[in-house]
Write a protein of this length. Sequence first.
Length: 322
Amino acid sequence: MSKPLIYITRKLPQHLLKPYENQFKFRMYSSDQTPIPRETLLQEVKNVDGLLCMLTEQIDEELMTHARHLKIVANLAVGYDNINVQAARKHHVIVTNTPDVLTETTADLTFTLLLATARRLIEANRLIQDDQWKHWSPFLLAGTDVYKQTIGIVGMGRIGEAVARRAKGFGMNILYHNRTRKFEAEDELNVVYASFDELIKQADFIVSLVPLSQETKHLFNASTFKKMKSSAIFINVSRGQIVDEEALYKALESGEIAAAGLDVFKDEPISSNHPLMQLNNVICLPHIGSASRQTRENMINLCLKNLQSFFTKGEVLTPINA
């Protein structure tokens, strides 16, 4: 019996694939930096049995029509807005993701971004790089306290709960909003449920961790920012499309809100001339929420284990549509 053919859309470390070489035949895109061109991907998937893909690839009806033998897509991410799940069901393709393994790492980055934005660390570093630090003064780059302030977490999934645990260590008052109440989290973490409007009005730090959907697209818009405190700091580590970036720019430029820390954007990658990059009260990161070496390797391993389990047992570990 021939080995299942797995196509991988980005070059991955060989030592991670080696344990599976007896079970699969791997083909892999040549670059570990740049996304695979769409035309190349459509050509490569024609005879594959499984696909290990990145968020940069659109796995849609067109691709599945090309991939006549495709049985499973292992997405190297928790979010799967790059995949047409309805089309996958139609074509009897199983879709998996990588929850849990990146929770703590993403929560670390979220809180790092919150602290760095509150204390204006990038501005402070730039001051020295530009040889502008001429003297000490009491209010030189004075930021805002984090300790005992109110944080509002929008989206209380695994990562939201992990952020809440970190906020608890800073003595913060923790509000959260979620589609469903999380009573266990309320008991364990002493977090308080609030409506979306209540949360954005009361919180000093608003952290977005919601998945992208029709309901959450542009959840943070001009109306939302108007309701926030003028001292509020907005953090987004979920998906760029949940924010109206033009409205965010205007809110930051006018002082309607104090600052923002962003790891995701509507169109990625952004360049240095992006409007939000021109503001001193914004920290922009290149979508590195789960980017620790250990976590990225764990994510790849989970994708490979899903493929292995599917082709040996007919089941997967982290299904989206099974």
